[in-house]
Design a protein around this ligand. Sequence first.
Ligand SMILES: Cc1cc2nc3c(=O)[nH]c(=O)nc-3n(C[C@H](O)[C@H](O)[C@H](O)COP(=O)(O)OP(=O)(O)OC[C@H]3O[C@@H](n4cnc5c(N)ncnc54)[C@H](O)[C@@H]3O)c2cc1C
Ligand code: FES
Ligand code: FES
Length: 466
Amino acid sequence: MLDCYMSSQLRFLLNQEEHFIDQTNLTNTLLEYLREHGSVGTKEGCGDGDCGACTVVIVGNDGKGNTHYQAMNSCLIPLGSVAGKSVLTVEGIAKEGLHPVQEAMIKTGGSQCGYCTPGFIMSMFAAYYSGEKTDLAVEGNLCRCTGYLPIREALQSLSEPSPADPFLDLLKQPLLKQQESEGFYHPETLAEVFDLTKNHPEAHFIAGGTDLGLELSNKTRTFTDFISLERVAELKLIRNDSDALEIGAGIPLSQIETKLHGLFPALDEMIHWFAARQIRNRATLGGNLGTASPIGDLAPVLLALDASLKLADASGERVIPLATYFTGYRQTLLKPGELIVSVIIPKTLSENVSTRHSFSYKVGKRGTDDISIVAAAFCVDLDEQQNIVKARLAYGGVAATPIRALELETYLTGKPWNLETLKEAKRQLAETFTPLSDFRGSANYRNKLIANLFEKFFFQFSEVSA
Ligand SMILES: Cc1cc2nc3c(=O)[nH]c(=O)nc-3n(C[C@H](O)[C@H](O)[C@H](O)COP(=O)(O)OP(=O)(O)OC[C@H]3O[C@@H](n4cnc5c(N)ncnc54)[C@H](O)[C@@H]3O)c2cc1C
Ligand code: FES
Ligand code: FES
């Protein structure tokens, strides 16, 4: 059965030319491949997904069957993940004269040393065709000498692509028939995934690779085999019913950001501050929870929203509350070969609830593209008398796992949503966790954030002014 999705060599399109990849290089990064094969316009800055110098554009699907250009960090993408895809680099967009994005950067003086420029150009190229000509399009690109104003000016000066633009035509061309290669498998259904886990128990799941890609880029870990979850249909489903929202674990965050915007403000807010465009184009919910990182930003939001996880392995499916999923530092209830299929967020409120307040907060050293010092998400249900029916307070960065303040939640039940309750909650919160000190922030600072973020939430959602 495996033979039906396995052939001998992987290929992809690079600037519209077909490239075959050596079987032994599947875990090398796309950036390494580009630079070894003459596409040296693509630069390496950090190798960690942080600077955007390595940005390329990949033709992707928006989940509704439409193709579009997406900016991605080539330093984090293993070659095995590029199978069947079409990749454009800074060289490829200037084959027939400079692209309008490049012309605009020249006009506004958006480049001095130029090292960051190809990455900016590729992020702007994707924005030119998506129409997102805001700072968000280049939030994942760092420039240390031009200053951002001429770059912003170049972006904003771009007009609409003309109907005869060859890159619009390129979006309509069929992608390469998907290829497989031993060692980097691309199953399309859960049944195929479990066939593979049976035959390759040592294989590692990879989704967007924005976490695993760091280990590949820095060569800190070697992997025998990968099972890519990128094409698994069951992980791409969204069910938006009156009682619950179910989000496939393999959906990239940028799709959740646009398609599900407005349903859960706490989720919208955290995704807004999550990394940067290039990372969100690849990172998934399943990967964020799969890492079980104590500073993963989505876990506190999903804990506050009382989410459950649908898990599956060869023996079947089970649904567990997210609250029981984290069992220790980077430890979870997942069994070997089991994966997260979807995240289910309930929508129905208890009968006696008249208002729900819910929001999230992230404190890092800089606004975008940074790891949290503390992340927090709160959900408070009130009855008509403004008494608390149910409260959930969840944090990241304060313990070995993402965690809820369970004792305080019990204390808050039935209490009025007022200043006196806030004062007691803050007193208790200051003593609830024992966070660590590290280079991002001291334990004392984190303890202050734990209490002060709840205070911020209170004043954001009460009639009382600070
Ligand atoms: C520059 C940069 C910025 C970042 N910023 C943030 C940030 O702001 N906030 C934040 O929380 N994280 C951040 N991250 C970390 C990372 O992007 C996220 O954790 C992301 O959600 C991982 O998703 P992925 O699909 O790329 O995971 P992958 O790297 O593909 O996988 C990560 C782990 O999860 C496992 N896995 C993947 N999918 C599943 C599944 N369906 N079921 C079970 N296990 C699975 C994999 O086996 C692997 O062990 C950042 C990373 C980088 C490089
Ligand atoms: S080299 Fe810095 S993001 Fe890839
Ligand atoms: S032009 Fe020099 S770093 Fe951007």
